[in-house]
Design a protein around this ligand. Sequence first.
Ligand code: HEM
Length: 373
Amino acid sequence: MKFSVFVALSSVAGAFASPAPAPQITGVTVTCSTGDRTQNHQCCRWFSIRKEVQAELFNNGKCGVANSAKGARRVLQTFFHDAIGWSPALTATGQFGGGGADGSIIAHSQIETTFVPNRALGPTIEALRAIAIRNSVSFGDILNFANAVGLSNCPGAPRLEFLAGKANISHPSPPGLIPGPGNTVDTILNRMGDAGFSAAETVDLLTAHTMASQEALNLNPAAARAPFDSTPAVFDSQFFIETLLKGTVFTTGGPGFGEVLSPLPGEFRMQSDFAIARDPRTACRWQSMMADSTLMASRFRAAAAKLSVLGFDRRTLFDCSDTIPIPLTRVDKPFIPAGLTRKDLEGFCTANPLPTIAVVGGTTLQTVAPALP
Ligand code: HEM
């Protein structure tokens, strides 16, 4: 079934394969037939696609989606795993280095879902594929668009840039380009550096783990959808705080692959996040985001914009960012969870002191609930 869909799409790809350089935002607002307004008439189609994306992927505008393998978290992870398939280092050896944010994870899902980090992404990929084919838009475009729309449903998230007009031509990504939780900081920074991201930008992108959980990494039922921070439905800075709290508990009952001690029962801490939070190359950037959700969101926006066009010349794309809903705002303040104090924070940035963060009263450690499916 998957194969026949792929063949069918390949044969129509030419219809929207070569985007001509398209006009950018003009400053003139047009009203689309849907009644929505945009500064580029070519963007009008995305308003109706937005309705489908919200209904079919996000249960009508939700961040987490009960009883579904979709939801904003899964789309965000899919977006990263597709785009990071871009390696100038591999290309320099004469091999195919991947096409970046080209939607190959959808076009070649029969290959890319065999990569271990992608093994839980099948239902999300199929839902994205259906919407793209129905609307004759490229897989690269639908992935960027759905990611930006999904994040807009999560309180505190930035309104991401959305550039449309990618060709629907891709080749399967080479294996081994997606960083793993058991990787050393050297390996991760080298891989991200190869794709064009500095150590600071890698931290900026890891903001994504503020609305993340694990499911496929460790199959122990005690850690099913165990979040990486205590507020996985909110795009806040809790992840940067909680990764710096002393670890005392294995949510799985013992160290699983890529797992280290976490500060709260029910929370899952990955070895890679733990190590990057403490490495001299990244610790100060990490610490600078602990108490500043606004800074965190704007840095993430910039890094995600870069990720969304990896492998493409952004001048060949057109700006449809005004089709992305304005995200829900966030009002809560960052906190040290109940049962823990400032003394439990481990500071690894030697240049700057830890910021002041409110401590939630109480002595009982909170057990973090699983994230919504
Ligand atoms: C660079 C090092 C990174 C490593 C080693 C890493 C690894 C992982 C792992 C192992 C999981 C758990 C997956 C599962 O069990 O199903 C995960 C979840 C996730 N990751 Fe990353 N990741 C990295 C960076 C990123 C980036 C840059 C993004 C996005 C820009 C991202 C987005 C996510 C999201 C949204 C989830 C949660 C998925 C869910 O809750 O269903 N990750 N990551």
